[in-house]
Design a protein around this ligand. Structure first.
Ligand code: TH1
Length: 788
């Protein structure tokens, strides 16, 4: 009853609308504002308790927070589902319509950004005082559509609507300098920036489970330092007056759409420094408000660098300690190190950030001096240390490593490879610095929220404790021989598949058989993730179905989702090929309902929430050694999909947890991959040994899927023959055979379901709550402040 009046009041007083004239948008904003009001209570209480306890605070610095929609998250965490649904129904509105009206906040590219969002949820649920710091991009990741099968990018516009969750903080504004020169006098330095941009804070409350604790996601937006250039304006030079304003705003205008690729652009460096510097100033202001001695900073502040993107935090904090607080350099560097920790998310050489010294010196002259001082100090102590400054570049990985007291990888295998490869020499010098923290996912969004039918089934069986203690799912293992439970488990999966089929029918006009195996690969399009291998296997299966149309084939729906970086041409070719092949196969009456390919455009968090609960088979097929962890792999297994995968990233640990008999393993190991690359002509040899693969490549090369333009894929096929760096050809046969093994198991639905149930039941360890406890204990020395 009060919920209903609260919504009507918000509609009236915040939106100036009455119920008769309110649009879906108006209802959504009114509801969001009511929910935000509810969160504010928790939020204030958490802030008060934090000030009273004066604990160590965690600051998670990330270029990306891929939060998606928030409304259902907020409703679930506040435990208000029934209240809201009743109120919305009484108001004569449709709950789903309102929820689906919210734009998906895509302030990230993929796994790295989504991990940051899961971590924020876990920090709040665990009651660890924390801030997420990032950039309030005006345009998130581009919107993808397909034109004749090719990816088309359009700007994303989530902020053209009101972002109902945030509070602007005009009082939290900082001046961020760029360029200019450094003045040295009497042994001290002063940086005189040539250009200044203002950083303004926008706060989104992040409330944990049950509304027990609230933290803050603080995103910075860039604004001109003076409203505009009055002098130019008065001269009548309106363009010049606007130019400096536009330049400032450019910094928070758009997210770089490159996942695991370094862009090396000046604007990117400015974005990195912009949000890092604002965050450091903000946390220092908070610290100095109730502490006198800057030397105690590491007892109260833990700063986590999400990859090297905020690695300039090291030199920035040293700069403030030395230039503004008068600490000697040899004290400032170790003090800073005790505050900082760095997470490495990839070994891909193209992702390791480097900035030319020239650009760094021009953009951040004082920081370049400090980086030289850091280099000098480290070289003095460890003369054979690898260098930060190398061939005229500043290497951000080395800088982050040297300025961090802990460096972590994101899965057991990845951490081992970090020790053996990128940071082998630094690891020898600092053998205790590298540790592992295997990634995790929040069960609130990735089971409770996205899969209501499974949520209810589990809660009815074992109670609700699993939501904050995911290991309780192990109790479900007892149910694997309980026929009634297995039936209910299968019914839940089928319900999700029917829902997905309806959505795909409506949005794409393709009819799907919900009893077919739903085989899903959703992630950024990248050669190392090998969507191409999945597609080649699909064509091979199609050939064999046509050769043998009367055999008892397991029907398959191949579902793809994902975007390619706009400048990544091979990835874009792969997208086009998937769409071209889909056209041919989907129209084939011989295979009919038994084989379909669907590739819904514009994959995002919201689409993942639809697809994952409906998946039977999860494709985690990267070249071993290339996927640092993966987190989609965890979401699928938690929702009762079986994995077909390589021994890569967190797949290794997932397989250990669910049992080797409940995981479809194939392919070369990371060691074997490295070894195979030393063989001359390995891919041509693999193709020649596989008639099945030869046939598929022949069909693609001769234009079977692009009859109007038969040479379209010559480049792609040629690449597989000559430089198949990601070993698609070498793993193809083993992948195909393993797929047929999956087909066989699927033919006995109860067996499949029992294996799927064991997957769900074994995923407790992959909760991001476990991951965050690991960071808190091993890296931050931070504790929960949540009163019991
Ligand atoms: C991803 C990794 O590729 C993935 O394996 C991992 O699960 C995820 O991070 C979370 O740890 C990365 N995303 C990016 C994005 C950029 C640069 C490097 C990486 S690594 C922009």
């Amino acid at each position: 009853m009060t919920m209903k009046t609260d919504i009507l009041n918000r509609l009236k007083y915040s939106l100036g609308k009455d119920a008769e004239n309110a649009s879906t948008y108006d209802w959504r904003i009114a509801l969001s504002l009511v929910l935000r009001d509810q969160m504010v209570e928790t939020w204030f209480r958490s802030t008060r308790e934090t000030y009273a306890a004066s604990p160590k605070r965690v600051y998670y610095l990330s270029m990306e927070f891929l939060i998606g929609r928030l409304i259902e998250d907020m409703i679930a965490n506040l435990r208000m589902e029934d209240t809201v649904k009743t109120a919305i129904a009484e108001l004569g509105q449709d709950y789903d319509t309102i929820v689906h009206d919210e734009p998906d906040a895509a302030l990230g590219n993929g796994g790295l950004g989504r991990l940051a969002a899961c971590f924020m949820d876990s920090l709040a649920t665990l009651g660890i005082p924390a801030f997420g710091y990032g950039i309030r991009y005006e345009h998130g990741l581009f919107e993808q559509s397909f034109a004749q099968g090719q990816q088309v990018e359009k700007p994303e516009t989530w902020l053209t609507q009101r972002h109902a969750w945030e509070f602007e903080r005009p009082e939290a504004r900082y001046r961020i300098g760029f360029g200019g020169h450094v003045e040295h006098r009497d042994g001290s330095a002063r940086w005189h920036p040539g250009e200044v941009v203002m950083a303004t804070a926008h706060d989104t409350p992040v409330v944990g489970w049950n509304g027990d604790w609230g933290n803050t996601l603080r995103l910075w937006s860039a604004e001109p330092s003076k409203d505009f250039d009055l002098e130019s304006f008065n001269r009548g030079d309106y363009l010049a007056a606007g130019r400096s304003e536009a330049l400032a705003r450019t910094i928070s205008r758009v997210l770089y759409p490159d996942d695991t690729t370094e862009s090396g652009k000046e604007l990117r460096l400015k974005q990195e420094y912009f949000f890092t510097a604002a965050s450091i100033m903000d946390l220092l202001r908070r610290y100095l408000a109730d502490h006198d001695d800057i030397r105690d900073l590491p007892d109260y502040v833990a700063i986590q660098l999400n990859d090297t993107h905020p690695a300039i935090a090291g030199p920035e904090l040293v700069r403030i300690l030395v230039d503004e607080h008068g600490l000697p350099m040899d004290e400032a560097i170790p003090l800073t190190r005790r505050c900082l920790a760095y997470t490495n998310h990839t070994l891909l050489p193209e992702a390791l950030e480097r900035w030319s010294e020239h650009l760094m010196g021009r953009t951040l002259p004082r920081h370049l001096e400090i980086i030289r001082a850091i280099e000098h100090a480290h070289q003095t102590e460890f003369p054979d240390s690898p260098r930060i400054l190398d061939h005229g570049d500043v290497r951000m990985g080395e800088l982050a490593f040297i300025m961090a007291h802990k460096v972590n990888g994101v899965s057991a295998l990845h951490t081992e490879l970090v020790k053996q490869t990128v940071f082998a020499d630094l690891h020898r010098i600092h053998p205790d610095r590298i540790i592992n923290q295997t990634n995790g996912i929040t069960p609130r969004r990735w089971l409770y929220g996205c899969n209501p039918s499974l949520r209810h089934l589990i809660t009815d069986a074992i109670g609700e404790g699993w939501v904050t203690d995911l290991e309780q799912l192990t109790a479900l293992k007892d149910k694997r021989d309980d026929a009634a439970f297995i039936d209910a488990f299968m019914a839940s999966k089928r319900e999700n598949k029917v829902n997905l089929s309806n959505w795909i029918g409506q949005t794409m006009g393709v009819a799907l058989d919900p009893d077919a195996m739903f085989d899903v690969q959703i992630k950024r399009i990248h050669e190392y993730k090998r969507q191409l291998m999945n597609l080649l296997e699909t064509v091979a299966l199609w050939n064999e179905m046509r050769d043998n149309p009367n055999a008892d084939w397991t029907p398959r729906i191949k579902i793809f989702g994902g975007k390619a970086a706009p400048g990544y041409f091979v990835a874009k070719d792969i997208i086009r090929l998937i769409n071209d092949v889909a056209q041919v196969i989907n129209a084939d009456p011989v295979t009919g309902d038994r084989l379909k390919i669907v590739y819904p455009p514009n994959y995002n968090v919201t689409m993942a929430e639809r697809l994952i609960p409906a998946a039977d088979l999860s494709e985690q097929i990267s070249t071993a050694g290339k996927e640092a962890s993966g987190t989609g792999n965890m979401k699928f297994a938690l929702n009762g999909a079986l994995t077909i995968g390589t021994l890569d990233g967190a797949n290794v640990e997932i397989r250990d947890h669910v049992g080797t008999e409940n995981f479809f393993l194939f392919g070369l190991t990371a060691q074997e991959v490295m070894e195979r690359r030393t063989h001359h002509g390995y891919s041509r040899a693999a193709i020649e040994a596989s008639p099945r693969l030869q046939r598929v490549l022949g069909q693609i090369a001769e234009g079977r899927f692009a009859p109007q333009d038969p040479s379209r894929y010559h480049g792609l096929v040629g690449m597989l023959y000559d430089h198949d760096y990601f070993l698609v050809t070498c793993d193809f046969d083993s992948y195909f055979d393993t797929q047929r093994r999956a087909d066989m198991v699927y033919q006995t639905p109860e067996n499949w379901a029992a294996m799927a149930l064991v997957n769900t039941a074994s995923m407790g360890w992959f909760s991001s709550d476990r991951t965050i406890k690991g960071y808190a204990h091993d890296i931050w020395g931070a504790k929960s402040v949540l009163s019991a």
